[in-house]
Write a protein that binds this ligand. Structure first.
Ligand code: PEP
Ligand code: MN
Length: 336
């Protein structure tokens, strides 16, 4: 429910309303915009009679809203959120490219890739140390050693690091990590979301679950935010549909819709969305053109021998070319 206040409502009237809402176990979030002031109500509003509130001094209108997400909702936070990833900003016009291998394999591999993606203009380094693999017999990641190598690559290049947390018991190993990724398979691991949200204010890159609706994605963001961490970056990486021609089905229109529904930054993962290295360039260009706040791209120095996701990994040369094309697209769209 949101309460729209009349222009010129006094602060005493606002306080009065807030006290009434609190007495009904509702948390009021006052948001003062240029044109109007609104109070977002969080809590069980089922027992509240909107007519009663509408009758109060200073109230223009009461609207029941459908969306169950509040903290992530643009209605209560009209400005774009800009998430600061150890100095790299993302959202609200700030665009960032995260690049690196699917999984960390060795020091030579990771530091080499980190240097080349940095030279091409990437602003953060990705690399999985704990890998969610469909098969228990597949490479599961280097674990703690992978995190040590990521920290080393960060020291060598200055690039903030992004890596996936699968199990909260590993969180103490993540001290040097700048952005914590919650992968598609854990998007609705609600305990993990609550734990990570209450433990840290580090940015969380939240990937859309393979069969998740946008509302479910936003509710997962809400879990993290309601637990105390407002720094959530949404990631569209394609979903599973009846179409099996590509690894996943990517609807770039959701970037525009998520921007309408939420103030959180939205990045696109063209690698997992398509599953094919040859498609990553065109999809990255399209995602940049539609207004994504960033991209997360898999890059490998030797894709044919990658331990994970080689088929969708760009070589450093392909990545450099994509970065040049993205820069031109961004330049063109900035001119309106
Ligand atoms: C990944 O980023 O390597 C990954 C496993 O992604 P997703 O969770 O989107 O499948
Ligand atoms: Mn991968």
């Amino acid at each position: 429910m949101i309460i729209i206040l009349k222009k010129g409502t006094s602060s005493a009237q606002v306080e009065n309303l807030k006290a009434l809402l609190k007495s009904k176990n509702i948390t009021p979030n006052v948001s003062e915009g240029q044109l109007e002031t609104v109070i977002g109500c969080v809590g069980d509003i089922a027992h509240i009679d909107p007519g009663l509130i509408e009758a109060m001094d200073g109230v223009e209108k009461v609207q029941r809203i459908q969306e169950p997400y509040k903290a992530a909702n643009r209605k209560f936070h009209p400005e774009d959120t800009v998430v600061d990833c150890s100095g790299v900003k993302i959202g609200g016009g700030a665009f960032a490219v995260i690049a690196g291998p699917c999984s960390v394999e060795s020091e030579e591999q990771l530091v080499g890739i980190a240097r080349s993606v940095k030279a091409a203009g990437a602003s953060m380094l990705r690399g999985g140390a704990f890998k969610p693999r469909t098969s228990p017999y597949a490479f599961q990641g280097l674990g703690a050693e992978g995190l040590r190598l990521l920290a080393l690559a960060k020291k060598e290049t200055g690039l903030p690091i992004v890596t996936e947390l699968m199990d909260f018991r590993d969180i103490e190993l993540f001290n040097d990590v700048d952005v914590i990724q919650i992968g598609a398979r854990n998007m609705q691991n609600f305990n993990l979301l609550k734990e990570v949200g209450s433990y840290t204010k580090k940015p969380i890159l939240l990937k859309r679950g393979m069969s998740a609706t946008l509302q479910e994605l936003l509710m997962s963001a809400e879990y993290i935010m309601a637990s105390g961490n407002p720094n959530v970056i949404l990631c569209e990486r394609g979903i599973r549909t009846f179409e099996t021609a590509l690894r996943n089905t990517l609807d770039l229109g959701v970037v525009t819709l998520l921007h309408r529904l939420s103030h959180l930054p939205v990045v696109v993962d063209p690698s997992h969305a398509t599953g094919h290295a040859y498609m990553v360039d065109s999809v990255s260009v399209a995602a940049s053109a539609i207004g994504a706040d960033g991209l997360i791209i898999e890059v490998h120095n030797d894709p044919q021998h990658a331990k994970c996701d080689g088929a969708q990994s760009q070589t450093p040369e392909m990545f450099a070319s994509t970065m040049r094309r993205i820069a031109r697209v961004r330049e063109a769209i900035s001119q309106g």
